[in-house]
Design a protein around this ligand. Structure first.
Ligand code: CO
Length: 231
C-alpha cells in the first residue's frame, strides 16, 4: 500500500528542487552536463551509513558503490565494472573502502550457520575471518572481536582493489588513484582514516598478483622498482 510516508517522498522532492533552483538556477543543467568526482567510495548498503552525508561531499563529488559488507569480489562484474569505469573514464584520484562498526553482514559472517542464498556473499567475509582467525580468536570480547573483523575486512577489500589490473596500471602510469581504508563509527558518527600504506601494499600484492605489463621498466613503480623510502 502506498501510504502517506510514501507520497511524502515526492512532495519533499519538489520542495528540494525548488530550493536548489532558488539558490542556483543552473544547478541541475550543470550537473546534467558532466560528472567529475575525485573519489570512488565503496561502502556497505546499511541505511545508517549514507556516503555523501558522512563525508560532507556534494552531488557530483563522489562515485558510489555499495553492497552488503563493503566487499570487493573479483567475480562480481558489477563491482569490477564500477572500478574500471571510475579509473579509466572518470579518472578518480582516490578509491575508498569504507567499513563500519556494528555491521550486520559481519555479525552474520561470524556465526557458523546458514543464511540461505546470502551464504555465497558472506563467504567473502568468512574468508577474511579465516585469514585473520588467530588474531580474532585471541580477542575475548565479542564486540571488540567484531570491531576488529570490520577493520581487517576493510584492509582485505583494499587489497582486492589493489589486485586489479585497472588500479595497478593506472597507478604505475599516472601515480593515482590512491587506495584508502576508512572506518565509520555509527555510535558517534566519526569517520576514521585507517592510514593503510598503499604503496607497500601495492608492492606486496605485485609479488603475486602483478597484472601490469612492462614490469621491469624503471619508469614504473613495482616490486622490481620499489618506491624510495620516505624521510
Ligand atoms: Co554493514
Amino acid at each position: 500500500m502506498k501510504d502517506e510516508k510514501y507520497y511524502k517522498i515526492f512532495h519533499d522532492n519538489l520542495k528540494w528542487v525548488a530550493d536548489k533552483n532558488n539558490a542556483d538556477k543552473d544547478f541541475f543543467s550543470r550537473h546534467y552536463e558532466q560528472q567529475t568526482p575525485d573519489y570512488l567510495y565503496i561502502g556497505c548498503s546499511d541505511s545508517r551509513v549514507p556516503a555523501n552525508e558522512i563525508t560532507g561531499l556534494a552531488m557530483g563529488d563522489l562515485f558510489v558503490h555499495r553492497n552488503i559488507g563493503n566487499v570487493v569480489a573479483n567475480n562480481d562484474m558489477n563491482m569490477m565494472s564500477v572500478l574500471q569505469y571510475s579509473v579509466e573514464v572518470l579518472d578518480v584520484k582516490h578509491i575508498v573502502v569504507c567499513g563500519h562498526y556494528g555491521c550486520g553482514a559481519l555479525k552474520a559472517a561470524m556465526l557458523p550457520h546458514s543464511f540461505g542464498v546470502l551464504d555465497n556473499w558472506l563467504r567473502n567475509i568468512r574468508d577474511v575471518y579465516r585469514f585473520h582467525k588467530l588474531e580474532l580468536d585471541g580477542i575475548d570480547d565479542v564486540d571488540l572481536r567484531m570491531d576488529r573483523l570490520s577493520e581487517v575486512n576493510v584492509k582485505e577489500q583494499c587489497l582486492n582493489v589493489i589486485k586489479t589490473a585497472a588500479i595497478q596500471e593506472s597507478y604505475l602510469r599516472k601515480g593515482y588513484p590512491l587506495v584508502h581504508g576508512w572506518m565509520y563509527d555509527m555510535r558517534n558518527g566519526i569517520l576514521k582514516d585507517m592510514n593503510i600504506d598503499f604503496e607497500s601494499l601495492l608492492c606486496k600484492v605485485q609479488e603475486i598478483y602483478n597484472l601490469s605489463d612492462d614490469v621491469k621498466n624503471p619508469k614504473y613503480f613495482n616490486v622490481y622498482n620499489p618506491p624510495k623510502p620516505k624521510n
